[in-house]
Ligand binder design. Structure first.
Ligand SMILES: C[S@@+](CC[C@H](N)C(=O)[O-])C[C@H]1O[C@@H](n2cnc3c(N)ncnc32)[C@H](O)[C@@H]1O
Length: 271
């Protein structure tokens, strides 16, 4: 079952809008801002040079880089989806941020020049692409010799829910992933994938996003992706309705729990 993020331009307009809004709202959630800022600091985000975000979606991470204190470099963002690139341009103009270049391109292989960038980032993209190794090779091809590649994403296989309904909590996440996350194990596979490519990661930075009692991000996954999972045929209406009812009860009683690990890997292209 293909991941919806591989074909955003082909889905209904209302689902495209929901996804764009979710990307923007997640980027603004304090927990996710803290995780992103912590890894920007840990990797010592360069203040000069040309940075590329592969799979930039609505451009939230590109804008965070462009407005990072002291940043004086150039930012480009590319994405497979033309409609998300249009949204990224519109939101960036509306925010009055100048100088970010957005372009439509496949992060698994493109005509962009080899070695054009000082740093290449992939932020919550590798879990969605059809071919993670092709994505890693393209990132390494685009960065200059000696430049760094930064891959940040959820170890989504670690995502766990407790709505008080184990018949849904233990079964439905994996089914949802069939429709929305092509590679839920990819972040734990990264050391092995990089080793097979002859690349050594210099850093692995871990973070946990956790919501207890109440929640914002994880309840949104259960609710917002229900129509996509149903349309993909991986869950039934009755299952999503049952899970959402359990979620509503858990939120009402402040008994909800969900968490997921996130990892950032940093590695260099050989000089
Ligand atoms: C979860 S979104 C992340 C967007 C953005 N990086 C962020 O964190 O807000 C995943 C993105 O990957 C893009 N994508 C999926 N496959 C891709 C590919 N082969 N090349 C480039 N982008 C791709 C989707 O269009 C989508 O914008």
């Amino acid at each position: 079952m293909p991941d919806v993020f591989q074909s955003i331009d082909e889905i209904d307009a209302d689902k495209q809008t929901m996804i764009a809004e979710r990307l923007e709202s997640r980027a603004a959630m304090p927990k996710f801002v803290a995780v992103r800022d912590a890894y920007f600091e840990a990797i010592d985000l360069p203040s000069v040079g040309h940075l590329l975000e592969l799979g930039c979606g609505t451009g939230a991470v590109c804008r965070a880089i462009a407005t990072w204190p002291g940043f004086e470099g150039e930012v480009s963002g590319s994405d497979l989806s033309e409609s998300l690139i249009n949204t990224a341009e519109r939101l960036t103009d509306a925010a009055g941020i100048k100088g970010i270049k957005f372009l439509q391109a496949d992060g698994q292989g493109s005509t962009a020049h080899e070695g054009d960038f000082d740093m290449v980032l992939g932020h919550t993209v590798i879990s969605h692409v059809a071919d993670p190794d092709a994505f890693l090779s393209e990132a390494l091809r685009l960065v200059r010799p000696g430049g760094r590649v930064v891959i940040h994403d959820g170890d989504y296989a670690s995502m766990t829910f407790d709505t008080g309904a184990p018949e849904y909590d233990k079964v439905l996440p994996a089914k949802y992933f069939d429709a929305i996350i092509a590679n839920p194990f990819v972040m734990r596979e990264m050391p092995r994938r990089l080793s097979q490519m002859g690349v050594r990661s210099s850093e692995a930075i871990g973070a946990v996003v956790l919501e207890a009692g109440t929640g914002e991000y994880f309840p949104g996954i259960i609710r917002n992706y229900a129509p996509i999972a149903v349309a993909a045929g991986v869950v039934s209406d009755a299952e999503t309705a049952g899970w959402i009812a359990a979620l509503d009860r858990a939120l009402e009683h402040q008994s909800f729990f969900a968490s997921c690990n996130f990892v950032t890997y940093v590695f260099e292209r050989e000089a």
